[in-house]
Ligand binder design. Structure first.
Ligand code: FPP
Length: 258
């Protein structure tokens, strides 16, 4: 399986060479769904599925780094996930802490900057500590940016942005200044470009409050594979499929440069 990876990468590079008007997605986002079902299918606890899901993250981050996709955003914990049993919530946070600790040297070695989006101030103190540590230790990296969405909701991000915006006297006094790009300046990570490709695993066809504002023209890739089954090869295939899409952004011509 691993030996086929260079083949997929060279196929993508060749395709881009032959189709110079096409380009790789600048921002890929992933709704990593199906850990629990995967674990159940093999008679294991849900946590086992989340652990294997972490290996999928490693694999996909590696693929994105090889392709030099500037931004990869992963939905690790939604504002709605607090409704899960307390034990599972704690286990997910423990995995996140473990992941940040274990992967830090790898991120630095691969020049991957890691940032977090969401209501991170509501997270337990120890989780916040690991997020801060990862953020600080990778802030000098200028390869790809891995964005981990944690305690994140797309609607909540818009609400939080509006709250910040209402503190800006210049806009409050002159609301006509407000336009689409300006609002995004108040988001958790204003630098995030629009999502070009959104992937969701597990055969569900929903966006689940993920990057709502940023995904208005995202190409959607749904796969029946459960997240622990989605690895480097599947990511590269999703990118290949994305390259065949015709993006018009509401215009009439075949391709519009943004
Ligand atoms: C959905 O599976 C997945 C999540 C709720 C979060 C994703 C978490 C991981 C991949 C674990 C590691 C994360 C990090 C950042 C280290 P589900 O539990 O909803 O699956 P189900 O729909 O089959 O029950």
């Amino acid at each position: 399986m691993t030996s086929s990876i260079p083949l997929y990468i060279s196929q993508i590079r060749n395709y881009l060479h032959r189709n110079p008007h096409k380009s790789l997605p600048r921002h890929v986002s992933i709704i990593m769904d199906g850990n629990g079902r995967w674990a159940k299918r093999i008679g294991k606890e849900r946590l086992y599925g989340h652990r294997e899901g972490m290996n999928s993250i490693r694999s996909v981050v590696s693929a994105a780094a090889k392709l030099k996709i500037p931004y990869l955003t992963l939905f690790a914990f939604s504002t709605e996930n607090w409704q899960r049993p307390r034990g599972e919530v704690t286990a997910l946070f423990n995995l996140l802490k473990y992941f940040c600790r274990k992967e830090l040297t790898n991120f630095i070695k691969k020049n991957i900057r890691v940032i977090f989006i969401g209501r991170t101030d509501e997270l337990p103190q120890m989780v916040r500590y690991y997020l801060r540590r990862t953020l600080q230790a990778t802030r000098h990296c200028n390869g790809i940016t891995l964005v981990i969405a944690i305690n994140y909701g797309g609607q909540q991000e818009i609400v939080d942005a509006v709250k910040k915006l209402l503190k800006d006297k210049a806009i409050v006094e002159n609301p006509d200044l407000l336009e689409e790009k300006l609002l995004s300046r108040y988001f958790y990570a204003p630098e995030l470009p629009p999502v070009d490709l959104m992937i969701r695993t597990s055969g569900e066809y929903r966006l689940s409050n993920f990057l709502t504002y940023q995904s208005v023209y995202a190409e959607l890739h749904f796969t029946p594979l459960l997240w622990p089954e989605f690895k480097e090869k599947e990511f590269l295939l999703a990118v290949q499929e994305y390259l065949t899409r015709s993006r018009r952004f509401g215009a009439l011509n075949d391709y519009v440069d943004r």
